[in-house]
Design a protein around this ligand. Structure first.
Ligand code: ADP
Ligand code: MG
Length: 641
């Protein structure tokens, strides 16, 4: 027996124990090798003008033998000579495929060699105690058998094989109390693994698959009741009816892989609804996607991608275990199920696949160079933005559906990056207009703005109705300004980050001076007294005559609005939540103002109590919490008795 070279021995240990996180990938590796071997022969045929080699004759075969616990993978590719067996399988980290690819660079043939590191083959030892490789090189008479039981070494001897190609037999490891290898003898498991990793290998991967057929064995076998008078025909009513049909196990050859991925098909090859069907199967959704996006790039970045926007929110979207990411394929082989680096967080709802020749790390489970992923990500990001923009323009109904499901994610994207990502994303925002109750983009707001208008007005509330019921809002609308309704917590924060949209500043509708509701001058004695009582809580007191029925209300000065204060108050783990600079507005037309003036002269203590109560009331009306609830109830009680 020949020993593996020393480094090889250590390497083999590494392969078996450390490189791969998942032993099931051995199948992917062996099938990839088969595909490479066929590619090489096909390429040889092309370049050397060999006749009789057509794509359709090539295949890879998987055979399962439960009795002997073997799994056999056969290809009719280029095969290996004794020397090649020695070089390629006797030296770990030696890749014949890599050399082949390098040797034939620039020839631009239609081949897609997968191998490059020269370790994939040894992953077989993660599941097999012994591996046999019977191979006959194309155009040679002699076949050779390579045998190894792992780290100790290998043997090569002459053998018999009818035609060119390679047949690899894995003798599966014995089951232990912790570990069973039996699943690799199950048809369903093999089918699943081929689908998962090797679905787009370009040659058919065939296997005999068991099914049951119900055979009509009315003839002869039917043991007939003496008294039965039937002629074994349909009308027979004798007790043996069930025996007319018995299940029979049949094995039929099936092609397990789809070969051409949908995203590599040309328009002409695609059938109606094929993208949608692919989406539903691949991403376990019952519904068609809201939108399919096919895109490809060549040059600095090279990829094909098929992306989808789901119609509804994925069931686990808001749960901790929702993972964003796209499936990454290279040379028809799946590398990562969810490559998170391909999508920005704010497009975390996008599903899909990317097919690209990226540089892989040795386990071929991750990508080596993040630079490549970054370039693809940037390119995809642009594409998604432009698709969404188009949808907003041309297919508004769908877009609104999209935005109601996933718009929040985009708003958070703008907010969390402090507005740095806002380019392109801001155009995707839509808000309900207080004027029409319909969604509008910021551009549409501007398009309908008044001549000298340089402000986008907003109002915050739980719903559009709540916004419209805000004091003064009606008056702002009547002046001809539209107001966008901010109904989500993140909205105001998001707009604060954006700052401006095309020279239009975002401002609360309250900033608009509403002509007919000018402030009435507040009695300075009353004002000073109120400020004294509420000195830590407010920054100003005003008299106002547009509060409808409310005796008092709160507005804010400065950056932070009352709505934003509420959001901060809700955040967990914030010790000192930020507070708005509040202005207490007193309804000039309400009798409460007269009462205040009167009380101030008569009973200062009562005045203080009333002011405190009014402030707490204003907080409640604004949806803020009352800080000192017992204080409030005590004061009310004092007034009652
Ligand atoms: P890689 O595929 O990365 O080159 P492997 O360890 O999977 O590394 O395989 C090592 C080499 O063995 C391959 O490069 C190839 O030259 C040869 N080889 C493996 N399997 C086959 C096969 N089925 N037919 C022909 N050559 C093969
Ligand atoms: Mg390989």
């Amino acid at each position: 027996m020949k020993k593996f070279k020393t480094e090889s021995k250590r390497m083999l240990d590494l392969v078996i124990n450390s490189i791969y996180t998942n032993r099931e990938i051995f199948l992917r590796e062996l099938l990839s090798n088969g595909s490479d071997a066929i590619d090489k022969l096909y390429y040889k045929g092309l370049t050397e003008g060999l006749t009789g080699l057509t794509r359709d004759d090539f295949y890879i075969n998987i055979q399962l033998d439960k009795e002997n616990r073997t799994l056999k993978i056969t290809d009719n590719g280029i095969g290996m000579t004794a020397e090649e067996l020695e070089n390629n399988l006797g030296t770990i980290a030696k890749s014949g495929s890599f050399d082949f690819k390098n040797g034939n660079e620039g020839q631009n043939a239609d081949i897609d060699i997968i191998g490059q590191f020269g370790v994939g083959f040894y992953s077989a030892f993660m599941v097999a105690k012994k591996v046999e490789v019977l191979s006959k090189a194309y155009g040679q008479d002699k076949a050779y058998l390579w045998t190894s039981s792992g780290a100790d070494g290998y043997e090569i001897k002459e053998s018999e094989k009818e035609s060119n190609g390679t047949e690899i037999t894995l003798y599966l490891k014995d089951n232990t109390s912790e570990d069973s290898f039996d699943e690799f003898l199950e048809e369903y498991k093999i089918k699943e693994l081929v689908k998962k990793y090797s679905d787009y290998i370009r040659y058919p991967i065939k296997m005999l698959v068991t099914s049951f057929e119900y055979e009509d064995n009315t003839e002869g076998e039917h043991e007939h009741d003496e008294n039965c008078e039937c002629e074994h025909d349909e009308n027979c009513e004798c007790e043996h009816e069930h025996e007319h049909y018995s299940p029979k196990e049949v094995k039929k050859e099936q092609v397990l892989n789809s070969m051409t991925p949908v995203w590599r098909k040309t328009k002409a090859e695609l059938s109606e609804g094929e993208y949608e069907k692919f989406y539903k199967e691949e991403f376990y959704d019952m519904q068609d996607p809201l939108r399919c996006i096919y895109t490809q790039a060549e040059g600095a970045v090279d990829y094909k991608a098929l992306l989808f926007i789901p119609k509804t929110i994925p069931y686990n979207y808001y749960s901790k275990n929702y993972e964003k990411g796209l499936k990454l394929y290279t040379a028809g082989v799946m590398i990562t199920d969810k490559c998170a680096d391909l999508l920005p967080d704010y497009f975390n709802f996008v599903k899909g696949v990317v097919d690209s020749e990226v540089t892989l790390n040795i386990s071929r489970e991750t990508v080596q160079q993040n630079r490549q992923l970054k370039a693809i990500k940037n390119s995809l990001e642009k594409k998604i933005k432009s698709e969404l923009n188009q949808m907003a323009k041309n297919d508004r109904e769908k877009y609104e559906q999209f935005f109601e499901n996933f718009g929040t994610s985009i708003k958070y994207g703008i907010y969390q990056s402090f507005g740095m990502n806002s380019e392109g994303l801001v155009d995707l925002l839509i808000f309900k207009s207080a004027k029409t109750g319909k969604y509008i983009t910021l551009q549409e707001y501007i398009d309908n703005a008044k001549e000298d208008q340089k402000t986008i007005y907003y109002a915050s509330g739980k719903t559009v109705e709540a916004c419209k019921a805000l004091p003064k809002l009606e008056a702002v609308l009547e002046k001809g300004f539209d107001v966008i309704c901010l109904t989500e917590d993140v909205d105001e924060f998001c707009l604060k980050m954006v700052g401006k949209y095309k020279e239009f500043e975002f401002k609360s509708y309250e900033a608009e001076d509403v002509g007919e509701t000018v402030e009435t001058v507040i009695d300075s004695g009353v004002k000073d007294a109120i400020m004294e009582v509420l000195k830590d809580k407010i920054v100003n007191v005003k008299l106002s005559n547009n509060l409808k029925n409310h005796p008092v209300s709160l507005t804010s000065e400065g950056e932070l609005s009352i709505e934003m204060e509420k959001v901060f108050a809700k955040m967990p783990n914030v010790n000192q939540p930020m507070k708005a600079q509040k202005v207490l507005e007193i309804n000039a037309e309400h009798q409460v103002y007269e009462k205040l003036k009167q009380t101030l002269g008569e009973d200062r203590e009562k005045f203080d109590d009333i002011v405190n109560i009014l402030f707490d009331q204003a907080c409640l009306i604004s949806g803020l919490e009352v800080e000192d609830v017992t204080g409030l109830t005590d004061r009310i009680f004092k007034l009652i008795v």
